[in-house]
Design a protein around this ligand. Sequence first.
Ligand code: CP3
Length: 512
Amino acid sequence: MPADFSQLKIALLESRSAAAAPVLERIGELGGECVLAPDADPAIVARLIEQGVDIVLFTASSQVADLFDSAGQTDSIDQLRDAFRRVLVTSAGPDITAALNQVGLAIDFEPDTPDGESLVDELVRIARDLITRKTLAADNGIDTLAWRRIDMRWDGFDRTIADSVFLKACRREPVPHTPVWIMRQAGRYQRAYREIREKTTMLGLCKTPELAAEVTLMAVERLGVDAAIIFADILLTLEPMGFDLEFVKGEGPVIRNPVRTASDVDRVLDGDVAALDYVCDALRLTRRALRPDIALIGFCGSPFTVATYMIEGGKSKNFRHTKTLMLTEPNAWHALMSKLVDLQVRYLNRQIDAGADALQVFGSWAGALGPEDYEQYVLPHLKMLIEGVGGRVPVINFATGNPILLPLLKRAGGDVIGLDWRVDLGEAWDALGDDVAVMGNMDPTVLYAPPEKIRQRVSVVLDQAAGRPGHIFNLGHGVSPDMSQANVAACVDAVHELSQSPGQTGSTITHE
Ligand code: CP3
């Protein structure tokens, strides 16, 4: 998809004001045909009603009132509102969005940075996707004047999950471009996420399937990634096991009743997996509304990573209590791991039943262990977990922190090994062997650098993958709350562009 507006007709409702000039210029640069409507000219109302416009840019609240006043003069308010069922309604910021909502219009796009120029720059990447989606939604009888992302239905869309570039890469099949998604792609670095999150707690968000699905879909829409990951958390499985979990602002997860002794472990519940059905409900809502050729990833934490929270009670630097229990009470350790894995196997299978097309196991703190302890205390449990999925969907086995563990990670299983940034992806893949796909592995902190630098570092990772089938691009770990959405988007675009075909982009990548 070209990131320009060519062949799109874009209405700007305030062409004479000083604020409009840079927006106008930017649309021109991006190849859009500008439909100008100085001072809410009645001609624009007619033009909208006859569907002569693809997108309307609202860059000031007054434009909303002016446009509807203008329609009122010719008695065509209802027709105007109806026209917006198929025309993209975009707003430069929250006040304008509120004004639009007041006249009965749901907005289709508001930029992360609320101003007119950002509206144009952020919209241009995804305008065609949004138009395709809205047109199909209207064709499918969805009330696009008052819709949420979860209302979308794709009947009549010409691609299916069999076309998923991400799933093809999981299976090491040839792909038209390298698929990309970003760990923690839905989160606080997005203004729209923060706005939803302000109204509830982290757990409240996870436990409201409509909101969790909305946030999941929003990240895919904004970034243009090839996979969605369900909005949830690896620590949710702690609750049915009897742990008292809370996410504390500025502190992260806190477990008020951690386990430290063998008798503590005895009191840990086996856990009723139905208590996690809210995640499955979110998966169902997301799968129904997600574009059919985009994969939906379910997930859980790896046994060691989750155990560190159960035992430490929160984040930890040296995992003192975890390692103490492991080394001094090995039977209690293995019992705890077995209880956890047993619940997680049931949980992952229910996620598949609910629509997960792939699964990821997050081994975020695995690197705290050396190979001997990892092999003895973690590997058998991780293997049980992955075997418990029974090959029903591809599994991504992700760990960070210690490249020495990679051969053990492979032994544990999984169709895809997730690499962090501390290894050269090409060398790691050579060592793992070509019977497994790999995911990774740009250093997340590269996203603090300007887009040209991001692009260059994306090309380094793509060069290391060297066009071998089975590479999924991701960061080596999650995106941070203080990163800019524009830079995350620049990373996604660079992956798609640079992996497309040789020659055009200067990349040496080739695909079969
Ligand atoms: O990737 C995604 O977009 C899906 C959502 C997701 C979250 N957590 C949302 C979240 C996923 C896949 C996770 C996994 C997770 N959770 C891991 C493994 C991956 C990793 O990043 O290492 C770990 C270790 C956790 C535990 C956890 N949850 C921590 C340490 C924190 C605090 C982080 C912080 O900066 O406050 C959380 C909370 C959490 N999970 C947030 C999000 C978006 C922040 C919630 C908020 O306050 O809005």
